[in-house]
Design a protein around this ligand. Structure first.
Ligand code: FES
Length: 167
């Protein structure tokens, strides 16, 4: 093999490796950037985030009682499965009056528990305590978030879901 053909072969191999390197770099950049771009655009791609969720008939709730009801998260991802379910604390305050509280503590999002005997919501994570109206009795959180509630079709209780924000 002549010196010229060896030099030509080295040059061809160098070009091939250079193109392969560029191709693999582009692929790696795509693998890293596509999820980031999808995350940044996700608020624009999601469907309406405020949705009325039916939680039952008016008479399925006792006046004065606060109960936990399951609802579907407003913007479940197709693969969310069971994790798309969340809950609210629903109180029937009167014959046709309901109040819905977020189940998540406003501090860091832990689920709060309703203690009927004390008329308090307790957060197990950092000692957050809320009065029955959602105002803070103690600990680091701010006021418990509320959802709008309406009675539709005469006797169906519906809760307006929305994304929660935490401090
Ligand atoms: S998450 Fe509830 S007090 Fe911290």
């Amino acid at each position: 093999m002549s010196d010229e053909s060896v030099a030509e072969e080295v040059q061809t191999r160098r070009k091939f490796l250079s193109r392969l390197s560029l191709g693999l770099s582009g692929l790696a950049a795509a693998v890293v950037s596509v999820p980031i771009i999808a995350y940044l655009l996700s608020p624009l791609l999601r469907p309406a985030l405020q949705v009325w969720r039916d939680v039952g008939t008016v008479d399925s709730f006792r006046v004065g009682a606060t109960v936990e009801v399951a609802i579907e998260e407003p913007s479940p991802l197709p693969w969310a499965g069971q994790t798309a379910l969340t809950a609210v604390w629903l109180r029937r305050a009167g014959a046709r009056e309901f109040i819905a509280f977020a189940v998540n503590c406003t501090h860091l999002g832990c689920p709060v528990n309703w203690r009927a005997e004390a008329q308090l919501f307790l957060c197990p994570c950092h000692g957050g305590v809320y009065y029955a109206d959602g105002t803070v009795a103690g600990g680091p959180p701010q006021r418990l978030l509320r959802y709008d509630v309406r009675i539709a079709d005469g006797d169906r209780v519906e809760v307006l879901t929305r994304p929660l924000t935490f401090t």
